[in-house]
Structures are given as structure tokens and as C-alpha cells.
Design a protein around this ligand. Sequence first.
Ligand SMILES: [Zn+2]
Length: 389
Amino acid sequence: MSLSAKDFDGLIDRKRLIDRLQTMVRIPSENPPGNEAEVASLVKSYCAELGFDTSDHEYEPGRPSVVATAGSDPPALCYCSHIDVVPAGDPSLWDADPYGGDVRDGRMHGRGSSDAKGPVAAALEAIEILKAAGIDLAGFQFAFVADEETMGLKGAKPLVEAGLLTAPTVIVGEPTSLRIVRAQRGPCWFRLIVKGVAGHGSAPERGVNAIKHMAAILLHLEETLPDISHPVVGGPSINVGTISGGEKVNVIPASCIAEVDRRTIPGEKIEDIEAQVQVAIDRARERFPDIDARIEIPHFGTPFEVSLDAPVVTEMVRASGEAQGSEAEIIGFRGSSDARFFAEHGASVCVCGPGDITVAHTARESIDLDELERGAIAYALAFARLLER
Ligand SMILES: [Zn+2]
């Protein structure tokens, strides 16, 4: 069957799409602390109305993720998006009620409207469209997950690791303005721990100053960042996020700890990062031979890329382009998303959705309702074609 965006024009129900998004936006599901239960139950009821088999999975009490499957076949295609939102923050910074779901000037305003309840609503509407068009949905699966905004460790990650989301092809819904993300950098968060020897601040020669040694290492960290680049995510980066050390102004500090956010590009491995940090330590030792430093890497999120000719990319690009009436752009994520958990388990994954990432997490968060509708059409086309393959 050859489908086109036009086939779906009469099947989309704009009012249902907007009403569902508004209902979801009006339920604050802020993370932290993680209040996904009410919106999860709503989304689960939408999936049940679509005839899906649904189940809840909690990796922290009161914080369910919903998995919903059409038919009894093993899933061939999974659509995953998140139902938590970042906190609205100070309401006085907002022009609109952050949980009002106000519609004006063709946009819905509020926390989560773009990130990522807009994509969730569009994907639900896509399935409504396909059902109305009589398309066989067997093999399609939804995962509406908790905890994406604090790294997915209580949502997508354990679901994938438990073998509950095994589809070989995955579309992750995030606000990308309907551009297609085919590569993502990986967050590598490490700690540098420098030891010194305490002593009286009036006699620095009698101790070893851990803060001074840390400063020397940090100056070398940026220069050990490799000069490499990826076509859609660009280069790696490094940011020293926190530093703590010392106890009192008149005491030689015996320890200093810095936390560093290193973002890797596809191809970089944890061993590469360790080796580069070691080079920075070695260079600092040229000046201070008694440096006592080590590195701990509590969190390493793998970067990934999917090839340009992978069906999940080609079909999502084609569908998004047709829904928008112009060529869809292929991009990379310099930040992170749940897509990495699927990539780590060998799935072919891309990220795409309606909504504007530049207003996500701000007091101006909103979504263009025409784009939301185009998102539903784009998803419907991509889902149908990927299921048919
Ligand atoms: Zn998001």
C-alpha cells in the first residue's frame, strides 16, 4: 500500500489531539521529585481505548512507566517518549499558568507542552489515524516512561534492561521541531580526587596543597580534549561543574574533589577518557611531581549514531518531510535522551517529535498546534511504513 500525508488529512481529529495534550499538561508530573503516577494512569487509559494490552512498571514506588502493545506478535517497532517534566520553577516568571494548558495564538502553553507531552499526544493521535485507516498495528509498541529528565535510570533504562522493550526499531519522541536525530553525544560524568597533606596555613612548605594540585590538573584538562568532530553532533566537550576542597582558611587542604561533565562523540570509549585525564595529570606532575590524583567515573552514557540509510532514519525523514511539505533536516543531539538505552542494546533508533527544544525547560515552554498536527501525520506515516517492512 502506498500511503501519503493526504490519505490521513480527513482522519486526524485535531480537537481530540489538542484536548489530550491539554489534559496531560494540566497534570504536573514534575521530576524531581518524580510524580508520574497520575499522568501514567491517563496515558494508560488512552492506550487501552486504542485496544492495546497495557502494563505498568515501577522502578521507584509511585513512579510507573507504561508499556502498551498491539497484538500478540513480538514488537517490531517501539515508540518511546517520557511523561515526566522538569519543574516549572517560579510561576511568576511565566506569562501563562505553567499547568493551565492555555491556548492562544495557535500555541499551547505550559510545562511539558513541548517536552515531551506534545510528542506523546501526537503519537497517540498517529495510532488513532492508522486505526481509522484500517492499518494492521500488530507489532507496534508504546513505552511512555518516567524519569527521563533525571537520566532515565528509573524509566527507560531498567525497562530496556529487563527485556521489556525489545523491538529492533525504535523512535524516541522528543521536541526536535520534526527534525530527525540520528546521533547523540554521551554524558561521561567523572570525579577527580586529589589528595594532599594537611598542615598549618602559615607553613605551606610543610604540607601538600590538594587545591593547588587540582588547579594545575584542571588547566590541562581542556587541552587534552581531542580535536575530533562528528558530522551531526560536532566535537566533544568538557565542563568542570563543581569543585570542593579545604576545611579552613589557615589549613593546608588535604583533599580536593572536582566533578566534570565530559561529553563524548560516537566512537569515543571510557578508556579514551581515562587516558586523556591521565595525560592531564601527568602534565601537571611535570610541575608538581608529588601530585596524588585519581579518577572515578560513576556515570558513562554511551554515545551513538545510526547510519543515514537505516530504515528508521530514511522513513522518519521521508514521513516528516511529507507532513511538513519540505525536506526534513537530519541533526544530532549534543545533549542526551533515552534513545541511548535502546542504542546500547542494539536497536536502530532515531529521535523525532513536534515541539521546540529551545523553549523546553524554560518559562516560555509552548508548542505550535499546527506543528503538533504535522507531528501526528509524520508519525502515522513512519509507523505504517516501518510496520509494513
Ligand atoms: Zn524531553
